[in-house]
Design a protein. Structure first.
Length: 537
């Protein structure tokens, strides 16, 4: 790398392919490029489009650009000859006409041209190295302007014109009937008046027109830039208001106190600066003596601020519907902010944005899927992963993690309380039970009955009491005013279900005893349990 980077004049993009063709390895990291799609695409681009662009530049743009600059130097040489010729002519007339001091120094003009031509060569060299390189012509314009400023021959031409007038006056004093030789010399003398360069005057006029056009365009660009900045200022202010509106909706104490944007970054890149207040106090990231941003704001505050910045971009009514990805947007957000975020997602869906929400929070996903505005067209998926061990008996065997997308109708299995999940499972078995469900249902009768009694008497049947303790307390209760007094004579039902289910709740022997249960018997006890916990008599 050191060797190649030292060659600043190498045409890196064009020669980059040649550096790897000998071994087909990257010249920097030595990795093989045989199967690299990026390198393949790069090679094809360089081989075809890029080299064609280079050829077009060399054949058309390059020769024309440099030749035009070279012509200026030729013009300067012609000016030197004309000036020298004029000096000789003045010397010739010195014995007849008052001598004129017609000396002009061209050193500054020649130096300006040399610097200008060097700049032209530099621009061409930069393009030769990389045809995609961005070229800035500001210095080119400045140097060309300097040439024309030094090529101002107005005073010189005025003196030449004055000398020609003196020749005219002298010629008027000569006799018109002299010999043919004298008349011939008179004709030659009249031609001398044309000795100063009309091309320079033409170039000065062209440059003046060019400068006026450029000034006019610069003025138009300045006016347009001011207009854009004014419009941008209005949009930025609306953006700030939109962010603060969302922060208010999120019940956040954060506000944007200032929000500015300009295009003064490196190579015209946009820069954004903003001020943040928390509880009306300005936050800082600069000084440890001030209120520090990262120390004051919680993770939830930071998430709310980031989400407000993101969502505010789509608030404008003229914003075209787009595809938006939310990657776990509920991180560190409380219940109120969760609901506010769901409302914002619903707002985007109603405006026909296509929304993808990725999350590890099933409660959040379940709430979204239940919204009528979203559920009509929403599709829910779960990524299911599976670890495959190629040799279960080898501690160092290879393992592969496979995953697949599974369509889900809802997220109830994750968000419902375990009691409700067991209740639905029991109801499904009673309604249309299957043989393979016996083990699961037999084990679940006792826990669901126990959970039901905890719901009825949460202060009495605490976590340290099991179903056997509950039955004993109900049996021994004699006070008719006690909520545990069995006035409806239901204790027998509880005992019956418990006696049947406790055998299978802790069954051993690989569930062999459960597998031997008579299906209809289990179905009957399952139905009794369902009737009991739903209050149906």
């Amino acid at each position: 790398m050191k060797e190649h980077f030292a060659k600043d004049d190498e045409n890196w993009i064009k020669d980059g392919i040649e550096l790897v063709t000998h071994t087909n390895n990257c010249p920097f990291c030595a990795q093989s490029l045989d199967n690299s799609p990026i390198f393949s695409f790069y090679s094809q681009f360089i081989t075809d489009s890029y080299k064609q662009a280079c050829d077009d530049f060399e054949l058309k743009k390059y020769s024309n650009f440099e030749s035009k600059a070279y012509e200026i130097g030729i013009r300067l040489d012609e000016l030197v000859e004309i000036i020298a010729s004029n000096c000789d002519l003045i010397q010739t007339w010195s014995d007849r006409i008052e001598k004129l001091d017609l000396i002009i120094e061209l050193k500054d003009l020649k130096n300006a041209y040399k610097i200008f031509f060097h700049e032209v060569r530099g621009l061409i060299t930069k393009k030769e190295k990389d045809i995609l390189a961005s070229i800035n012509f500001n210095k080119f314009d400045e140097l060309l302007n300097l040439i024309y400023q030094n090529a101002n021959f107005t005073d010189y031409n005025d003196k030449v014109l004055m000398f020609n007038k003196r020749i005219d006056k002298y010629l008027e004093t000569l006799s018109q009937d002299q010999s043919q030789i004298i008349n011939q010399k008179i004709s030659e003398l009249k031609l001398i008046k044309l000795r100063f360069s009309k091309e320079v005057i033409s170039d000065l006029e062209s440059f003046s027109k060019y400068k006026n056009d450029k000034d006019e365009k610069t003025k138009s660009m300045t006016e347009l830039r001011d207009l854009i900045l004014e419009e941008q200022k209005i949009l930025i202010e609306k953006h700030k208001d939109g962010i603060n509106e969302l922060l208010k909706k999120f019940n956040s104490m954060i506000r944007l106190s200032s929000f500015e944007k300009d295009n003064k970054g490196h190579r015209g890149v946009s820069r954004i600066s903003y001020g943040i207040t928390f509880l009306d106090k300005e936050l800082s990231i600069l000084n440890h003596n001030e209120i520090i941003f990262e120390r004051v704001l919680s993770s939830g505050d930071k998430s709310a601020l980031a989400l407000a910045f993101f969502l505010s971009k789509f608030k404008g009514e003229n914003f075209e519907p787009s595809i938006i990805f939310f990657d776990d947007p509920m991180s560190s957000l409380d219940e109120h902010r969760r609901k506010a975020t769901i409302q914002e997602i619903q707002y985007l869906v109603e405006r026909e944005f296509q929304i993808f929400v990725l999350s590890h929070d099933p409660f959040f996903l379940s709430d979204i899927s239940k919204l009528s505005a979203i559920s009509k067209s929403a599709k829910c998926y779960e990524v299911e992963t599976k670890l495959i061990d190629f040799d279960p008996f080898d501690p160092n065997s290879k393992k592969v993690c496979n995953s697949k997308l599974t369509v889900r109708q809802n997220f109830d299995s994750y968000v419902l309380h375990s009691y409700y999940q067991e209740y639905y499972k029991l109801w499904d078995f009673v309604y249309a039970g299957k043989e393979e469900q016996k083990t699961e249902i037999a084990r679940s009768l006792r826990p669901i009955l126990e959970a039901y009694l905890r719901f009825l008497f949460p202060k009495i049947f605490t976590e340290d009491l099991w179903l056997g303790n509950m039955i004993t307390m109900i049996r021994e209760e004699k006070n008719v005013k006690s909520p545990l007094f069995d006035k409806n004579q239901r204790l027998a039902e509880i005992q019956s279900i418990n006696e049947f289910s406790k055998t299978y709740h802790h069954a051993d022997g690989f569930d062999t005893c459960i597998q031997g249960i008579d299906f209809s018997t289990l179905h009957g006890y399952a139905k009794d349990t369902l009737r009991f916990i739903t209050g149906i008599n």
